[in-house]
Design a protein around this ligand. Structure first.
Ligand code: TYD
Length: 224
């Protein structure tokens, strides 16, 4: 591959996308691809600092409430840095880049969840990311009911786990997650070629096979 291939994973908290990303990375590497993985927010020294501000539940005790627009701008500062430092160099070297969340997360969480609307997010995307789009987005989106159940279960686990502070987002209400879910649906409808929703509420192995099939056929086309 002369230019790499950019794949993002999206979904609600607890959707299992991180597990699927790791499995896909392992299987692509076994087939001889060079794979670069990263997550957003985070993945660069600057991004890790931003991540701890955004996700640490203690941030607001120290900094006061973070406004939705500030939250959006910090997500994009993180993203701009990871594009410059990781994503573009990896694509230029011909790697497959697997990114855990990208601009669709900002549109779903800040645009939908925090009700900033899509337009502001897409304008930020143009300004901060030069409109860099993934070649493929795997959106893990089982039914709303089971998504809410999974998000709640994950919140509970975070609450029980002492020492984990990454739960600022996870204290949100069902209504917040419902808005995120609906925004993801809207994105999938708007960009059907790029965004492939995976709606099955199946085992990790079954979803892994579904993802492999989609990715291999896309990579075959990209290489042809
Ligand atoms: P993380 O612990 O990485 O969660 P997950 O495993 O569910 O991806 O936390 C990332 C959180 O940040 C998650 O709740 C979604 C949120 N987020 C946004 O609100 N906007 C964004 O642009 C991104 C990238 C993440």
């Amino acid at each position: 591959m002369s230019y790499g291939y950019f794949i993002t994973f999206e979904g609600l908290d607890g959707s299992g996308k991180t597990t699927q990303l790791r499995r896909l990375a392992t299987s692509l590497e076994a087939e001889g691809h060079t794979v670069v993985t990263l997550r957003q927010p985070g993945g660069t020294p600057l991004g890790d600092r931003i991540r701890s501000i955004l996700l640490d539940s203690r941030s607001e005790a120290v900094l006061g409430p973070i406004s939705p627009a500030a939250e959006m701008a910090l997500m994009f500062a993180d993203r701009a840095q990871s594009i410059a430092e990781v994503i573009l160099p990896a694509l230029a070297a011909g790697s497959v880049v697997l990114c855990d969340r990208y601009t669709d997360s900002s549109e779903a969480y800040q645009g939908g969840g925090r009700q900033l609307g899509s337009e502001r997010i897409l304008t930020m995307h143009a300004a901060a990311c030069d409109n860099l789009q993934p070649d493929l987005t795997l959106l893990l989106l089982p039914s709303l009911e089971s998504s809410l159940r999974r998000a709640r279960r994950r919140n509970q686990r975070h609450v029980e786990k002492q020492g984990t502070d990454e739960n600022r987002f996870e204290r949100e209400s069902d209504e917040f997650y419902r808005r995120i879910y609906e925004k993801y649906e809207e994105i999938a409808t708007r960009a059907p070629h790029r965004v492939i929703p995976i709606r099955e509420d199946a085992s990790i192995e079954t979803i892994e096979q579904i993802i492999r099939k989609i990715v291999l056929s896309r990579l075959d086309h990209a290489e042809a």
